[in-house]
Design a protein. Structure first.
Length: 204
């Protein structure tokens, strides 16, 4: 199997990628396996940060790399927290503190103005100098609840209401969430593009 490095230490992301890419004979390893430190995310968009992370991991590992950058956009907050979703409440942010800050900022906002979406960008780079990385984006529309619901997932999942399921993201089973979420959609696109790329290599 061809080895690929994931520019993340997130065990959930690693497990999901390993499961979905194993069919393509791709073995996904975390960047920690190569003692790679986190990249400085100095980009101003999800795309820029994902490319920065993928290039950093590819350079230090010598392998192809996959990076994910994702977050929550709230329309009333003009797209915040966006690329700062993980540290929305400050440098020592936790899921709980981020969720509380979001609730505080939307405290008096009516339901019809609480629209939001999760965004995910996945980038695949064949090597650090890859001039044409694969870039796949997925989004997931919803609304922000006035109180947390559910115990599954992580991040803003307890506050993210999914209208078509009539529940929060944190009330969905993991398998169901992975099929309809922003990351699930981006991953399906990435698998489709990688399958096509590998087929072209086989024909060359």
């Amino acid at each position: 199997m061809q080895k690929i490095v994931l520019a993340s230490a997130n065990k959930g992301k690693l497990k999901e990628l390993q499961q979905r890419l194993s069919a393509l004979a791709l073995d996904v390893l975390p960047q920690s396996a190569f003692n790679i430190p986190d990249a400085d995310e100095i980009g101003l968009s999800f795309v820029e940060n994902a490319i920065i992370k993928a290039r950093h991991a590819a350079k230090l590992s010598g392998l192809a790399a996959i990076a994910d950058d994702s977050g929550l956009e709230v329309d009333f907050l003009r797209g915040q927290p966006g690329i700062y979703s993980a540290r929305f409440s400050g440098p020592d942010a936790s899921d709980a503190s981020n969720n509380q800050r979001l609730l505080d900022l939307l405290a008096d906002v009516p339901a019809q103005q609480r629209s939001a979406r999760f965004q995910c960008v996945l980038v695949f780079m064949r090597h650090e100098l890859d001039p044409t990385p694969l870039i796949c984006q997925g989004s997931w529309e919803g609304k922000i609840l006035t109180a947390a619901r559910g115990d599954n997932g992580f991040g803003y999942d307890p506050l993210f209401f999914v209208p078509e399921k009539n529940c929060s993201s944190a009330e969905l089973a993991a398998a169901e969430k992975n099929l309809i979420s922003h990351r699930g959609k981006a991953m399906s696109l990435l698998i489709e593009q990688l399958t096509r790329q590998l087929a072209n290599l086989a024909l060359a």
